[in-house]
Design a protein around this ligand. Structure first.
Ligand SMILES: [Zn+2]
Ligand SMILES: [Zn+2]
Ligand SMILES: [Zn+2]
Length: 154
């Protein structure tokens, strides 16, 4: 399953006539094997274990390219560093929202949306697009707060 997914990604690269270079493949493989939202530094330290010849600048630039291609999504969760995840990670729900704990920095991916949430987002998108004459093609939703374990400790 995960292997098939990596192959699909390779196809996506070919379609855009972009080469699946070693840094690109390494980063996509790393992100496809984790449920975490890794920073560029964290990705770099994992890349180094596999390919010590790839430098940080290359990792950073490659992440930019992958983001432009829509393969990788960059998030800002409020800890001052961009965090990356695959747009389509076999280990994660396809479309999900985030709960960010401001104490332990845990990030919870959820796609078990409450019914009201789905209805609200649809309605909001309809109204926004009408009001601003703007075609909405997607959204990113994250909530900040205190997770269960941090709440218990307080
Ligand atoms: Zn959503
Ligand atoms: Zn927490
Ligand atoms: Zn996520």
């Amino acid at each position: 399953m995960a292997q098939q997914h990596i192959l699909d990604l390779h196809g996506r690269f070919r379609k855009r006539r972009m080469r699946m270079t070693r840094p690109r493949r390494t980063i996509v493989d790393i992100l496809g094997r984790t449920k975490l939202h890794l920073s560029a530094e964290e990705i770099f330290s994992r890349v180094r274990k596999q390919c010590p010849s790839i430098g940080f600048t290359t990792v950073y630039r490659t992440l930019d390219v992958l983001e432009d291609m829509g393969v990788v999504v960059k998030h800002h969760f409020g800890d001052g560093r961009g965090r990356y995840e695959l747009a389509d990670n076999p280990q994660k729900p396809e479309h999900h929202h985030h709960l960010v704990c401001t104490r332990c920095r845990r990030i919870i991916d959820y796609d078990d949306f409450v019914e009201e949430e789905v209805g609200f987002v649809r309605k909001l998108e309809r109204q926004l697009s009408k009001k601003h004459v703007f075609t909405i093609t997607g959204h990113v939703i994250q909530f900040h707060g205190v997770c269960r374990s941090c709440g218990d400790a307080a």
